[in-house]
Design a binder for this molecule. Structure first.
Ligand SMILES: Cc1cc2nc3c(=O)[nH]c(=O)nc-3n(C[C@H](O)[C@H](O)[C@H](O)COP(=O)(O)OP(=O)(O)OC[C@H]3O[C@@H](n4cnc5c(N)ncnc54)[C@H](O)[C@@H]3O)c2cc1C
Length: 364
């Protein structure tokens, strides 16, 4: 491949952004800023050149194109590395579990596994920070770097709109400085250990960066993927919820999908919105996504297939497996006990279910 063949941000604009295929993960910007090229930014969920001058200043290195989760290059190699042989990827173990932490039980979306994992990683000093998602006052998801388990309560629960979780990685120096000021500890930004939580598309971008061994993915020490059937455009979702359930964004306490879309307001009343009414609010990039459980992570976590109150956990790498083993051994989480008469059929049944959900997503 000659230099002239290298795909640049202009190609990304043509092939992904202008045709509404961008998932707004923020990988292109986080990479560009880490190289101090600083030519692109995120505006209204859309990566774009900062100024007209930025077009000339673009180094045309091509990395933004290759690490984009919506582009084809690197995917075959990624599958090889992650031992992906089918639509749900490599699975070492699959089981259901729930948190034993009473506070997380109240705020977690399902089994509270993600927040408990992060609690354990902070407690055992295995991470310096985690990238999660919080809400602003209008129930809009915002990506957030957190530095302690005390901040986990605000981030627990599922946000059914984009949270550009890779974007905060654009400024590792700031993250290191935050740690220095909060924990009074000197930190080299390149030595940070950050847990990443994200949807399958976001995990795909992190994995592409790791494959190329480029910043800022070098500071991601564990990748926790969430199951994801689809995600919604924030404005369209809120407009539909307002018209169908007369609920304002600032009044929402929790949202949940169980066949239909359920909205719990701050006075604890629950309203149900037909999921079909939200079809027009689904983000366009989700229509072409073939990942339901996410294949490129250390662990995948979701509700689908788990008994109520539990989460389904797929361990995918040795790192993911040993982390979950530690959580079980230390009592942070408890495993769902499969009834004796279902033991032999449980695993194949759950795997089939996840494959079925994946093909349903692809068909939709
Ligand atoms: C858009 C979306 C769609 C989903 N669809 C399905 C589905 O169809 N079927 C299914 O079984 N599971 C789905 N999930 C996953 C599920 O809702 C739970 O997130 C998962 O079961 C973990 O629950 P928990 O109680 O262990 O997590 P918790 O302890 O509640 O922690 C959840 C974590 O996810 C992070 N998070 C929340 N929203 C986002 C977001 N938009 N982007 C990135 N990170 C986020 C939070 O910051 C928190 O760290 C979806 C998740 C998302 C974000």
């Amino acid at each position: 491949m000659g230099l002239a063949d290298i795909k640049t941000f202009k190609h990304l604009e043509n092939d992904v952004i202008s045709v509404n295929r961008c998932c707004a993960c923020g990988a292109c910007i986080a990479y560009c800023e880490n190289q101090a090229f600083n030519v692109i930014e995120m505006k209204n969920y859309t990566p774009q050149f900062k100024t007209d001058k930025s077009v000339e200043n673009c180094k045309e290195c091509g990395y933004c194109y290759y690490i984009c989760p919506q582009t084809e290059p690197l995917l075959d190699r990624l599958k090889e590395i992650h031992l992906v042989k089918d639509e749900i990827g490599n699975i070492i173990d699959i089981f259901a579990a729930k948190t034993t932490n009473e506070q997380i039980k109240k705020v977690g979306q399902d089994g509270g596994i993600v927040s408990t994992l992060l609690t354990y990683l902070f407690d055992t000093n295995n991470i310096d920070a985690a990238i999660v998602s919080e809400y602003d006052e209008n129930y809009k998801p915002i990506p957030k770097i957190i530095y302690s388990k005390d901040e986990l309560v605000r981030s627990a629960g599922t946000r059914y709109s984009i949270s550009s979780n890779i974007l905060p990685l654009k400024d590792l120096t700031q993250i290191a400085e935050d740690i220095i000021s909060q924990k009074k500890r000197i930190y080299d930004a390149d030595q940070l250990r950050i847990a990443f939580i994200g949807t399958p598309c976001q995990c795909r971008a992190i994995s592409k960066m790791k494959l190329l061994n480029i910043k800022p993915a070098h500071v991601i020490s564990i990748v926790i993927g969430l199951f994801c059937f689809e995600n919604f455009d924030y404005d369209k979702l809120m407009d539909t919820l307002k018209s169908k359930s007369q609920i304002n964004p600032s009044e929402i306490k929790k949202t949940n999908i169980k066949k239909n879309f359920f909205v719990t307001s701050k006075d604890d009343s629950v309203k149900e919105v037909n999921i079909k009414d939200l079809d027009d609010a689904v983000r366009n990039h989700c229509h072409e996504c073939d990942e339901f459980v996410g294949k490129f992570s250390d662990l995948s976590i979701g509700a689908s297939g788990a008994p109520t109150g539990y989460s389904m956990i797929l361990t995918r790498t040795e790192k993911g497996r040993s982390l979950i083993d530690s959580l079980l051994a230390t009592g942070y989480i408890e495993r769902y006990i499969i009834p004796a008469n279902q033991i032999s059929e449980w695993r194949p049944k759950k795997i089939n279910w996840l494959k079925k959900m994946t093909s349903l997503k692809v068909k939709k």
